[in-house]
Design a protein around this ligand. Structure first.
Ligand code: ME8
Length: 518
């Protein structure tokens, strides 16, 4: 058994009623960067993603396409899996809610909630949004042009049927107490405040089964009912750990999850319903739920009718994976909405990568190759400037860890890139080319050594965000395979004088937009 600390991180599971879009790609990339960061930081990581395949939306889409929901789910779930492969996602499992293991876990959690006296049968009458798969109170809806819409702008329909209910109303105070005692349970703060005021406004019991369609997990002992898709969907996080089946099983150590990464539109399900279900089933609660913002184009929601949809697959073709990963993690403040389009990506990657770390690595390492026979020089006595720069690089891990623990991935990246800028300034001020000209080869060697050492550390820290390009950067400084994790940062893994470097190959080429026939 591993003596590393377990760390469990999840994305939301996506509805496979269509192909993956940029929002799905964004969530997976960001969560992957967090999972990779923790792995490099010596945690025993379990990273889960998958597809949410039941519910009325799936059934309706399948009907419109003239295929079965099974076939729709199978086809699009494969698209999501393929997207994960193209994005270099390092998830340890991919769950599909149509799997047997998940049916069993969902029925188990249902039985536990029922055993606790929290499930009763009645009749539901109210508004339902199929697009959100959500029930809304009348005062959360509004009529425009004769159509009634829910709070997320999706149409709602009147539903009236026999239904099981979950006694959510009994959990308001318990939830508020939990938020109070665990201030980090919901992030960012805007979402925490939103959830608290929603709970304070009073919770009504939740309809948790449907009889007017059958594409779902059957309610135990009452097969005329299928579970409300969110009861089943949220349970996926625990299904994958096998915790309910065997609390000592091989993956049970991962429950409770360290963090669920989700979008802001589904915070209510994760921060209200999910903890209430778990309290009722007497299961431990996840430690944190963090909601990211939406990916927009010039501040506008992407939509087919506006013609402003940014397709993640096209971006990958144009820019290559690591530029897309970098852009999304760096430019959009995680937790806020942000923009994504080709112009913005080009500007950002050229500034930070081609002109930034790429240029720095190539200038400093090619000087070692040309002037030191490719041998990493032995540094002479360090000046204050050298020491200050090394201290900056050595200090990055602590600040990045703090940021990543709060899911502030953009902030961690900004501070890494900040050290690149400092190193650029150092390199320009120390001017090793002048030192060469005046014959001070020892000082030149020291400056090149210090710069290459910072490049090494930057490359290690960039791995979670750009795994392939960072590996190439680490090849350039001949970092051994077992010296690429965070234990090799700082003093412990210092670049070894005397090792031989090859002529640097460009890792971050400048992006030039292809000519268009305008
Ligand atoms: O909500 N920008 O699935 P989903 C950023 N099945 N994120 C976005 C986005 C955008 N433009 N659009 C969607 C579901 N997302 C449920 C989840 S979890 C137990 C069940 C995010 O396919 C969205 O917020 O509609 C969610 O976190 C994820 O993509 C999947 O959305």
């Amino acid at each position: 058994m591993s003596d590393k600390t377990p760390y469990y991180i999840t994305t939301a599971i996506s509805y496979p009623n269509g192909k993956p879009h940029i929002g799905h790609a964004y969530e997976l990339i960001a969560t992957d960067a967090m999972a990779r960061f923790q792995r490099l930081d010596d945690k025993d990581v379990f990273f889960l993603t998958g597809t949410d395949e039941h519910g009325q939306k799936m059934q309706q889409t399948a009907r419109a396409e003239g295929i079965t929901p099974e076939a729709l789910a199978e086809r699009n779930s494969n698209e999501f899996r393929e997207m994960g492969r193209l994005l270099n996602a390092s998830n340890d499992d991919f769950i599909r809610t149509t799997e047997q293991r998940h049916h069993e876990a969902s029925q188990e959690i249902w039985n536990r909630m029922a055993d606790n006296g929290d499930i009763y049968k009645d009749t539901y009458a109210g508004w339902y949004s199929v697009r959100d798969e959500a029930y809304y109170a009348e005062d959360e809806t509004a009529v425009r042009d004769g159509v009634r819409y829910g709070p997320q702008g999706t149409p709602v329909e009147w539903v009236e049927e026999s239904s099981y209910f979950f006694k959510l109303s009994a959990y308001g105070d318990k939830l508020l107490k939990h938020y109070e005692e665990n201030p980090d349970f919901i992030g960012p703060n805007e979402r925490r405040n939103e959830v608290i005021s929603f709970v304070k406004s009073g919770l009504r019991d939740l309809s948790v089964s449907r009889t007017t369609f059958d594409w779902g997990i059957k309610v135990p002992n009452d097969p005329a009912h299928v579970m409300y898709v969110w009861v089943d969907a949220l349970t996926n996080y625990i299904t994958a750990t096998g915790y309910m089946d065997d609390p000592n099983g091989p993956r049970a150590k991962y429950w409770p999850a360290d963090v669920h990464i989700i979008g802001k539109d589904i915070i209510r399900f994760h921060a209200v319903y999910w903890p209430a279900f778990l309290m009722s089933a007497r299961l431990p609660l996840p430690k944190r739920v963090f909601a990211h913002g939406f990916v927009l184009n010039n501040g506008e929601k992407m939509s087919k009718s506006l013609g402003n949809v940014v397709d993640p697959f096209e971006l990958l073709e144009k820019f290559g994976l690591d530029y897309v990963r970098y852009y999304l993690c760096r430019e959009i403040s995680f937790g806020q909405d942000g923009n994504c389009n080709e112009q913005l990506i080009a500007t950002r990657v050229n500034a930070d990568l081609a002109n930034g770390i790429g240029n720095l690595a190539s200038r400093s390492l090619s000087m070692i190759v040309k002037n030191c026979d490719g041998i990493v020089p032995q540094p002479g006595e360090l000046t204050d400037a050298d020491k200050e720069l090394l201290a900056l690089a050595d200090g990055l891990l602590v600040s990045c860890r703090e940021d990543m623990d709060k899911q502030l991935i953009h902030k961690a990246l900004a501070s890494i890139i900040g050290v690149v800028s400092e190193t650029d300034r150092y390199f320009a001020a120390q001017a090793p080319w002048t030192l060469k000209k005046i014959g001070n080869t020892e000082r030149m060697g020291t400056v090149l050594y210090v710069t290459a050492e910072v490049v090494r550390q930057i490359a290690i820290l960039l791995q979670p965000f750009m795994p392939d390009s960072s590996a190439k950067l680490l090849d350039l400084v001949a970092a051994p395979a077992d010296k690429r994790d965070f234990a090799a940062l700082g003093e412990a893994g210092r670049l070894k004088p005397g090792i031989v470097l090859d002529a640097p190959q460009p890792v971050f080429p400048r992006y030039v937009a292809p000519e268009t026939d305008a």
